[in-house]
Design a protein around this ligand. Sequence first.
Ligand SMILES: CC(C)(COP(=O)(O)OP(=O)(O)OC[C@H]1O[C@@H](n2cnc3c(N)ncnc32)[C@H](O)[C@@H]1OP(=O)(O)O)[C@@H](O)C(=O)NCCC(=O)NCCS
Length: 181
Amino acid sequence: MLMSIREARPSDFAAVDEVEQEAFGDHGTLVVNLIHALRPVGSERGGLELVAEDDDGRVVGHVLFSAGLLDAPSRLVPVQVLSPIAVSPDRQGMGIGKQLITHGAQILGARRVPAIFLEGDPGFYSRVGFVQAGDRGFRKPSLRIPDEAFQLLPLPAFEPWMSGTLVYADPFWTLDAVGLR
Ligand SMILES: CC(C)(COP(=O)(O)OP(=O)(O)OC[C@H]1O[C@@H](n2cnc3c(N)ncnc32)[C@H](O)[C@@H]1OP(=O)(O)O)[C@@H](O)C(=O)NCCC(=O)NCCS
């Protein structure tokens, strides 16, 4: 099966909602609302939204990167936060999630973004280069995020002085979409 990764267009948005809703099941509505709220943040502050499209033109995967801040000792550092990512249930386990992330990391790295942060399953994200952020001295945005879930992928523009607390964009808080309850 041929598959391409490309930037999402407004004409993809309905299909994106469907993929996310299907992949996240009971949490699907919250995730879709989060995407809708994060998109404007992304377009103003250097975010990135990618879709995976199969050779029939069907959107089978999606990832959103949006702006966050690292509250470092000397200044605030703009970083990106990966959330959410989803692959259609009938296409999971075929490498699509991995390709969405590596493609996104290449684009953000070329834009001199220093790091991508996220909260998620280290079983999956460690396979694409994410490491535990707490171990590297970073502080998570909420105590409700398990230590092992708080991860980062340093990109080529990362510098050793860039440490501190990750601050999420407003939609994560207004939608209460941070950590576990
Ligand atoms: C998580 C998700 C995006 C992964 O996408 P995917 O296309 O199925 O993953 P890939 O096929 O690219 O998997 C890449 C690697 O991670 C492994 N992997 C995938 N999901 C994993 C998991 N939950 N735990 C451990 N390993 C996992 C795969 O075995 C593969 O390993 P390999 O490189 O050794 O072959 C997808 O399963 C999904 O949409 N899940 C539901 C929504 C979700 O949970 N999103 C993430 C929230 S944090």
